[in-house]
Design a protein around this ligand. Structure first.
Ligand code: NIG
Ligand code: FE
Length: 423
C-alpha cells in the first residue's frame, strides 16, 4: 500500500467528461495492490488510510498492522509506504493508443529530405518493410524494448502497438507474437501498404490478408487496422478487410484521411471503429457523423510536425462534439517521436488544444480510444499508472516543451522509471 502525499496538483480525470481535467490541489493518493483506493485533499489522507485499513481489516488484514489507529510514517504499518512528493504534479500515465514500434532500419535521410522540401507520401514504408523482414525476431524485440523504455521515461504506461512492416503471413504473426509479450493492445495492420511483391496484384494481397493473415492472427490481435488512403487501400478493400477482422474477433480502428480528403472517416464510423486516427483532413459533415457515432478521433501532432502537413485545428473537432485522443504514432517514417509530452506541446501550440484538453486527450482520450476503463484516469479502482512531474502543474507539459518534466513513473503501483539525477 502506498500513500502519495505532497501532490501540488492531482489530475484525476473522468473518462466521460471530454476534455475536462478533474484536478485536486494539495492532494494525496492512496494505492493498494496496484489500484487507486482513494484520492482527495491531503488534510483527509490519514482518515482515508484508517478507513481503508478498517475496510481491509474487515476483509481479513491483521489488526496488528494498525498502530494505535494512527498512520504516521512509512512502514509503520504493515506495508504502508508514504511517498512525499514535496509539491509536484501527478497525472495519469499517458495512454499512447497508436504506435508502430515493431520495425528495423532508419529513415532519417527521408526525414532530412522532407525538411528540405520533399513531400511525405508513405512510399518510404517499403524501405522499413525490407529492413524489418531482414531483421531477426531478437533484433526486432530489442528495438521495441528500447523504444518502450524511452517512452516509459516520458510517462507512457499504456501502449497500443501495430504490426505492418512485415506484410507476409510469417512476418506479421511474428510481429504480433513480439507485441503480445509487451502489451495487451496488439493491432494487426497487415493492410498497411501493398508490399512490393504484390505491386501488380493489389487484390491478390487483399486476398492474402483476408484468407490467411487474419485467420492466423485470430486470438493474437485485439485490433484490426487498415491504412485507408489513395496510396494504400481503397474504401472497398478496407471494408472487406475490417469485416474479416471483425469476424475473427478483432475490434476495428482505422488510419483515415491522413494524406487526402475522402470517405475514410465516415467509413470508420459506419464500421464501428473504436477510433479513426490521423483525421488530418475532416469536413464538417465528417465531424458530425463521428460525433454522432461516438467514434474517437485520435490526432497525431508529431506526424504533422514531421511531415510538414497542415495541422488540423482541434477547436473544430471539439466544437463538433467529437471525442479526441492524442497519440504519438511513433514510426520510423512519418514521425519518429515516442514522446507524449512532445505531442501535447505541439497539440497545444499548433493544433489549438487547450492545455487541459491536450492532457485529457493524451490520458483519458487514449483510454477511450482503446476502450479501456482502467487506465487514463486516477479514479477509485483505476490502475495506479501515474507520472510524477518535476513541475507544480500539468500545464508545464506545454509551457516547457523539450524539458524532461516526467520525474518518476509508476505502473500498477510499481516504480518503472525514475529520471531523478543519480549524482
Ligand atoms: O501512421 N500512415 C501509415 N502509417 C504510418 C506511417 C508509416 C511510415 O511512414 O513508415 C503513419 O503515419
Ligand atoms: Fe500510424
Amino acid at each position: 500500500m502506498q500513500l502519495f502525499t505532497g501532490i501540488s496538483e492531482l489530475v484525476v480525470n473522468d473518462l466521460d467528461r471530454l476534455g475536462e481535467l478533474d484536478v485536486i490541489t494539495d492532494a494525496a493518493l492512496l494505492v493498494d495492490d496496484g489500484r487507486v483506493v482513494w484520492s482527495g485533499p491531503s488534510a483527509q489522507a490519514d482518515t482515508a488510510v484508517q478507513n481503508h485499513l478498517g475496510d481491509a481489516t474487515a476483509h481479513g488484514v491483521n489488526d496488528d498492522d494498525i498502530v494505535n489507529g494512527e498512520v504516521t510514517s512509512a512502514n509503520e504499518l504493515g506495508g504502508l509506504e508514504t511517498i512525499d512528493l514535496g509539491g509536484k504534479a501527478v497525472i495519469p500515465g499517458f495512454v499512447d493508443s497508436h504506435n508502430h514500434l515493431i520495425f528495423a532500419g532508419d529513415r532519417s535521410e527521408e526525414f532530412a529530405a522532407r525538411m528540405a522540401g520533399q513531400k511525405y507520401s508513405a512510399g518510404g514504408i517499403a524501405t522499413t518493410v525490407a529492413a524489418t523482414r531482414a531483421a531477426t525476431e531478437t533484433e526486432l524485440e530489442a528495438n521495441l524494448v528500447h523504444l518502450l523504455d524511452q517512452a516509459r521515461r516520458q510517462g507512457t504506461t499504456t501502449f497500443e502497438i501495430k504490426t505492418g512492416y512485415g506484410l507476409t503471413l510469417e512476418d506479421e504473426i511474428q510481429a504480433l507474437d513480439i507485441i503480445n509479450r509487451h502489451t495487451d493492445e496488439s493491432t494487426l495492420i497487415a493492410a498497411h501498404v501493398v508490399p512490393p511483391e504484390y505491386k501488380e496484384d493489389p487484390e491478390g494481397y487483399v486476398d492474402l490478408v483476408i484468407d490467411e493473415i487474419i485467420p492466423a492472427a485470430a486470438g493474437k490481435a485485439k485490433w484490426i487496422d487498415v491504412f485507408c488512403e489513395t496510396s494504400a487501400f481503397t474504401e472497398d478493400q478496407t471494408r472487406r478487410i475490417i469485416d474479416a477482422g471483425k469476424a475473427a474477433g478483432m475490434i476495428p480502428r482505422l488510419h483515415a484521411n491522413q494524406l487526402t480528403e475522402g470517405g475514410a472517416l465516415q467509413l470508420g464510423a459506419e464500421l464501428g471503429c473504436a477510433s479513426v486516427d490521423h483525421a488530418t483532413f475532416a469536413s464538417d459533415d465528417d465531424l458530425k457523423v463521428l460525433a454522432e457515432a461516438g467514434t474517437v478521433v485520435t490526432l497525431l501532432p508529431s506526424i504533422e510536425f514531421s511531415t510538414r502537413q497542415p495541422y488540423p485545428d482541434a477547436r473544430r473537432y471539439v466544437d463538433a462534439g467529437v471525442a479526441l485522443a492524442i497519440a504519438t504514432d511513433c514510426n520510423p517514417g512519418s514521425g519518429f517521436s515516442n514522446s507524449m509530452p512532445f505531442a501535447i506541446a505541439i497539440g497545444v501550440r499548433d493544433m489549438h488544444f487547450t492545455v487541459e484538453q491536450a492532457v485529457w486527450a493524451a490520458t483519458a482520450g487514449g483510454a477511450n480510444a482503446l476502450q479501456r476503463t482502467d487506465v487514463g484516469h486516477l479514479g477509485v479502482g483505476a490502475r495506479a499508472d501515474l507520472a510524477v512531474l518535476d513541475a507544480p502543474s500539468c500545464r508545464h507539459l506545454a509551457y516547457r516543451p523539450g524539458v524532461q518534466l516526467v520525474e518518476r513513473v509508476y505502473s500498477g503501483g510499481d516504480l518503472i522509471a525514475d529520471n531523478r539525477p543519480s549524482c
